[in-house]
Design a protein around this ligand. Sequence first.
Ligand code: KIV
Ligand code: NA
Length: 245
Amino acid sequence: MKQASTFSQLKHDGIKISMLTCYDYPSAKIQDACGIDVIFVGDSLATNVLGYAHQNDLSLEEMRHHVRAVARGVERSYLLADIPFAASSSLASIMDAADQLRQDGVDGVKVEGFKPEVFEALAQSEVDGWAHLGFTPQLIEKPSMQAKDDESAERLVDECLKLEAAGAVGVILELVPGLVAQRVSQALKIPVIGIGAGLHCDGQVQVWHDLIGLETRVYKHAFRQCDAHAAQTEAVKAYIRLIAD
Ligand code: KIV
Ligand code: NA
């Protein structure tokens, strides 16, 4: 198992960190075998796999169920999971969820928003704390670019520095201008992992469905590498034809 300090070292050495969301055992085995640095059970599990309308519909029990499945497929990668919105109402509830997810096999948990007290508490626990700023789907309704003007960019840099000081081991930046994300990456010692935040972060995170094309939608920031939707559709059609004759 990798440790969070490995990632600060990779950053220091200028080696990009790869992170991918993952929601099940077979995908975890593929990602782990390929050498993905961080396998991340995001709360996008809710919309991407469970068919809910919103991430915030996910329960902690549902998250734990999928984390255990993914954990069974991980041998080498670092395992990270989101603290679901449903478990985020207080510091005590976040710490309790973090402890349960640790029992399920995670190395770290990701917490959205500027909550230094959470990272101070996680730093004293057995679970690493990863921050998530910029566009935070649990807290901001519509996806939109964040930190666009100087004042909000300044605030973002300041909040990231404070979360690092509080004990966060990494930061995810979502939908932030590339130059701002680059500034944050340069200001911090801990790795900054971007999505829709340009190419000058210390690493990238992608949603599995977007990478393999499991949905027909294509986001601007997606690194789509294949068309799993078309491949699966073709397989089902071929099967129907095959048993028809
Ligand atoms: O749940 C998720 O997919 C995320 C993104 C940052 C990748 O949190
Ligand atoms: Na998430």
